[in-house]
Design a protein around this ligand. Structure first.
Ligand code: UDP
Ligand code: MG
Length: 390
């Protein structure tokens, strides 16, 4: 009989050797303090709400998981994203030596660095909690906020399905970086139907139902920030002050951020293609008018072969615009290409798949079900088709 898990905490880790021990301390403190509340609400947590949505027959109390089913208050899922430092061995030690009866610890490791988005996806696919918390390992987002998130989630009887964190300051960021980030949000929100609030972090608690909705989105290029907004559901925002911590700087270089920004815009909007069309139309219209003007001018005043410099300017201008627009179209085609290749989002290093603690029967070793790679979510569960946007 499978166990019911209250909350899964998914932690992507890339070169986090400095942060992991303090992180474990903090998360243990927060989550252990939550255990009595989670146990009190175990009946609510045992209701497999997500499965009930499209199947009224399943809505009867009998459909709730049996009250004799094992209940594990929380689980920690660490995804090592191909770290180059000792992150993996620290994680393996944590999983091996964990004796906390309130939780189980799972560690998954990628064969190389596939990026945070892939690590988030791997964690979400493997999370079995009724609620799933996404949290960075570097303690830049305060784990203590999970207590407030869980309270809101449980007090609303799981109706508030997303409780997310938004930072109010950009402390620790250079002025240029902060200005570029703000510009990205403005441009992205202007051209895309999906609005992303500035300062919103990936740090959030999501009901299982939301996680399933996210896993049903099969795009190869995942842009979680917008995907979180796109799936909808009733949500609540918690604000906090972001404090630079441990690592001197973020692992996001300007180039990485630039690519991320392009990803955000192209993944959730086809507006750049429309802009290309409109721009092309106006430039052509201008060219036609200019041509007519030249013909009339020649008929009326004779042909003085003038305008060589302006000709060069116009040709290079139009050439530049064409190249740029080809680039825009190329961005979309590249995404189609990546998508049809159907490559997995990540490849797991099976020897580094560890599970220990409550509910695992203290198993430690290779998880053969994760043999190679994954690009698809596990079992598909029906979900609500009409979402409630908060
Ligand atoms: N991370 C990851 N893969 C990467 C980069 C980062 O799994 O390629 C993890 C990292 O370990 C951390 C989280 O993603 O837990 C956020 O990374 P970071 O602190 O560098 O980003 P920021 O705080 O600037 O958003
Ligand atoms: Mg960080």
């Amino acid at each position: 009989m499978s166990a019911t898990i209250g909350i899964s905490v998914v932690v992507p880790c890339y070169n986090e050797e400095v942060s992991l021990h303090p992180f474990l301390q903090e998360i243990t403190k927060t989550m252990d303090a939550l255990v009595p509340i989670l146990r009190e609400n175990r009946d609510l947590l045992r209701q497999t709400l997500a499965q009930n949505l499209n199947s009224p027959a399943l809505c009867s109390p009998a459909s709730s998981a049996s009250s004799t089913q094992e209940f594990i208050p929380y689980e920690l899922i660490f995804v090592n994203d191909g770290s180059r430092d000792s992150t993996l061995s620290i994680l393996e030690d944590i999983a091996t030596s964990d004796a906390n009866p309130n939780r189980r610890v799972q560690v998954f490791s990628f064969s190389r660095n596939f990026g945070k988005e892939a690590a988030i996806l791997a964690g979400l696919e493997r999370a079995s909690g009724e609620g799933v918390v996404l949290l960075d390992a570097d303690l830049q987002d305060p784990p203590g906020m999970i207590a407030d998130m869980a309270r809101i989630w449980l007090e609303s009887s799981r109706q508030t399905k997303v409780i997310y964190a938004r930072r109010t300051t950009r402390a620790g960021e250079s002025k240029i970086r902060a200005a570029l980030s703000e510009a990205f949000y403005k441009i992205s929100n202007f051209i895309s139907e999906v609005k992303i609030e500035s300062g919103v972090r990936d740090f959030r608690l999501m009901d299982k139902e939301v996680v399933q909705a996210l896993l049903e989105m099969k795009e190869y290029h995942r842009f979680s920030k917008a995907m979180f907004a796109w799936v909808g559901f009733k949500r609540e925002c918690l604000e906090y002050e972001y404090i630079p911590h441990f690592k001197e700087s973020s692992s996001w270089s300007f180039w990485k951020l630039f690519k991320y920004a392009i990803e955000g815009i192209v993944s959730f909007s086809t507006m750049p293609l429309r802009i290309a069309f409109v721009l092309g139309f106006f430039i052509s219209a201008f060219a036609v008018c200019f041509g007519i003007y030249r013909i009339i001018d020649t008929i009326l005043h004779g042909n003085a072969v003038a305008g060589y410099p302006s000709l060069i300017v116009i040709i290079t201008f139009i050439g530049g615009i064409q190249l740029m627009l080809l680039g825009v179209i190329g961005e979309y085609i590249a995404r189609i290409y990546e998508q049809v290749k159907m490559r997995p989002h990540f490849i797991l290093n099976t020897r580094a798949t560890r599970m220990s603690g409550a509910g695992s029967g203290a198993v430690l070793g290779v998880d053969s079900s994760e043999a190679e790679s994954s690009s698809t979510p596990p079992k598909k569960t029906p979900r609500k088709t009409q979402s409630q946007q908060g």
